[in-house]
Design a protein around this ligand. Structure first.
Ligand SMILES: [Zn+2]
Length: 283
């Protein structure tokens, strides 16, 4: 069934696990992610960045997620990741997305609050949860390598004010992670996370988790994270499976054939994360 992220994240928060949010790029990603969720009996969030919905469209991804959810025996949500403005968030809600993120982390604090509040107000009226971001997650959402941010950490005092003022229903925080491929070993500042968790009651979200060691992610969940995003690792997995097949079968011209091992690689990665996040057998 297609559901919003609200109930999912409330259950995760109450029971000290996290729901994985996996970025899907095409039909094959959608099928691979739902297969892993069914196999692990896990709730699952599929999400798309603006870059991905520009590649296809919000309607395509909303329809694919709905098709995946139709016969699924686990809860499925479709979420707009890093919504890049009021209009895109409205378009996602209209297309049938059951959750959106408005990312105002690149504009000054007051502007981020105003932008987030405008989306959260509509979300509340429409019954669509709205994730916001405060602080900085390094790297680029859609492409490129991870980079060091200048003071990327979310300020706990600002977080309290931000959540109270905007009415957002979950919050992505800067605790040292970055999007893309890490150059060194990533490090989550658990102290910053704990300080925010102690003062903010809504679900907290971890971005840029591809490449972060499982034990650090598990510790972050123990410290209050309840949604964890993975994008890069799925892209790498699909490409590995697809290209591996093509290297062995260079004359193949049926795209379904290399896609199968690509999907199998994605499912493996997703299932493994569901176990580490604690969402397996929670559906
Ligand atoms: Zn992100």
């Amino acid at each position: 069934m297609l559901v919003t992220t609200k109930e999912m994240l409330q259950d995760a928060q109450a029971n000290h696990y996290a729901v994985g949010a996996f970025n899907v790029e095409n039909l094959e990603f959608v099928m691979a992610v739902i297969a892993a969720a069914e196999e692990r009996r896990s709730p699952v969030i599929m999400q798309t960045t603006p870059g991905t919905v520009k590649y296809a469209s919000l309607d395509y991804f909303a329809a694919m997620a709905a098709a995946a959810a139709k016969d699924a025996t686990v809860p499925v949500a479709i979420h707009l990741d890093h919504g890049d403005g009021f209009d895109r968030c409205m378009q996602a809600m209209r297309a049938g997305y059951t959750s959106v993120m408005i990312d105002g982390s690149h504009v000054p604090f007051a502007d981020n609050m105003a932008l987030t509040a405008s989306v959260a107000r509509v979300g509340a009226a429409m019954g669509v949860p709205v994730e916001a971001e405060l602080g900085k997650v390094g790297g680029k959402e859609d492409d490129g390598p991870a980079v060091e941010g200048e003071n990327p950490y979310t300020d706990p005092d600002e977080a309290v004010q931000f959540v109270e003022t905007t009415g957002c229903t979950s919050l992505a925080i800067g605790v040292g992670t970055a999007h893309g491929v890490y150059k060194g070993t990533p490090h989550i500042e658990q102290g910053v996370l704990k300080a925010i968790r102690s003062r903010v009651s809504i679900p907290l979200v971890l971005h840029g988790t591809s490449g972060v060691p499982d034990d650090q992610v598990a510790e972050a969940i123990a410290n209050g994270i309840c949604k964890v995003n993975y994008a890069t690792e799925l892209r790498q997995a699909f490409t590995k499976g697809y290209m591996g097949f093509m290297a062995e079968n260079p004359d193949c011209f049926d795209p379904k054939k290399p896609a199968k091992p690509g999907m199998a690689e994605i499912s493996k990665v997703v299932a493994s994360h569901m176990d580490n996040l604690g969402s397996s057998n929670r559906a």
